[in-house]
Design a protein around this ligand. Structure first.
Ligand code: 1HE
Length: 257
């Protein structure tokens, strides 16, 4: 499924997914959400990482509020579950996803960003959950994912008081792993995606699919899952080749520069 407000461009082994509804601050209509789900289900096997970006001065203004008005309770449940299935494909899909954040990252926009694996924010970024003041609740997985980034206490405060986090304090709170100058989030995200795409596929798979599950498990289960994943990863021919490359002086050393 394609959608005029979601542009997908394959740049070698990186997919660039761009919300393209700048006039409405990239507000997420049902059509965009379904197209997003579809995109992450159908990348060619050559794609090794993805970047999500937003057109114009804001990453995303969240749910398209103009679509909210006509829904009853049952439809609201199904609508939320639709968002869950789409963002589940982003988080647990085929490839790591880097979000390039700028301007408003609010409501469902923050829910989308929190389903990505790495968030790069430029200095214009701000984070908010206006659901609190609109009389609604998060519905795109935010209550599960956002506390994992910043803690339930901060999320409660944001929704109860309308608190807005600016770029720098947002990075300190845990929203983004990278803070970059204005206008450079996309370039940095693309650079990281290219690097991530060079990893052994099983390593990326372990980081996307095993690590978050291990984090949810009791410690003794987590250690056991870790051991299984470690054994599988190291058994791959690619892992053996990479270790051989290092031992024979062909691979880069770890460097702090
Ligand atoms: C929208 C939306 C939207 C803008 N749905 N149309 N999200 C919110 O509550 C955030 C609402 N938006 C804003 O607070 C502001 O628009 C922004 C801070 C993001 C940007 O401000 P600004 O001054 O750059 O733009 P603007 O003039 O407010 O908006 C430009 C147009 O986009 C305008 O339409 P126009 O026809 O008058 O030009 C806005 O109405 C429209 N627009 N945001 C629909 N969100 C799975 S559950 C998730 C629940 C939520 O996400 S709730 C939070 C929703």
């Amino acid at each position: 499924m394609t959608h005029p407000d979601l542009h997908i461009e394959l740049q070698d082994n990186v997919a660039v997914v761009r919300l393209a509804r700048g006039a409405k601050r990239n507000a997420l209509s049902d059509g965009i959400i379904l197209a997003l789900r579809d995109a992450f289900e159908n990348f060619p096997a050559t794609i090794g990482a993805a970047v999500i970006d937003g057109e114009g001065p804001h990453f995303c203004a969240g749910l398209d509020l103009s679509e909210l008005q006509e829904r009853d309770a049952g439809q609201g449940v199904h609508h939320s579950r639709m968002w869950h299935s789409a963002l589940e494909r982003v988080q647990f899909g085929p490839v790591p996803v880097i979000a390039a954040l700028h301007g408003a990252v609010v409501g469902g926009g923050l829910e989308l960003a929190s389903a990505c694996h790495i968030r790069v924010a430029d200095s214009t970024t701000f984070y908010a959950l206006p659901e609190g003041s609109r009389g609604i609740f998060v519905g795109g997985g935010g209550s599960v994912r956002i506390p994992k980034l910043i803690g339930a206490a901060r999320m409660t405060d944001m929704m109860m008081t309308g608190r807005v986090y600016k770029a720098e304090e947002g990075e300190r709170a845990g929203f983004a792993q990278y803070l970059v100058p204005e206008g450079t989030a996309f370039d940095k995200a693309l650079e990281l995606a290219r690097r991530v795409a060079t990893n052994a596929p099983l390593t990326n798979y372990a980081l996307m699919h095993a690590l978050p599950r291990i984090a949810e498990q009791p410690a003794d289960h987590g250690f056991f899952t870790e051991a299984l994943m470690a054994g599988i990863a190291q058994n791959a021919p690619e892992a053996k080749q990479r270790v051989r490359d290092f031992l024979e002086g062909r691979a880069a050393k770890v460097s702090k520069d």
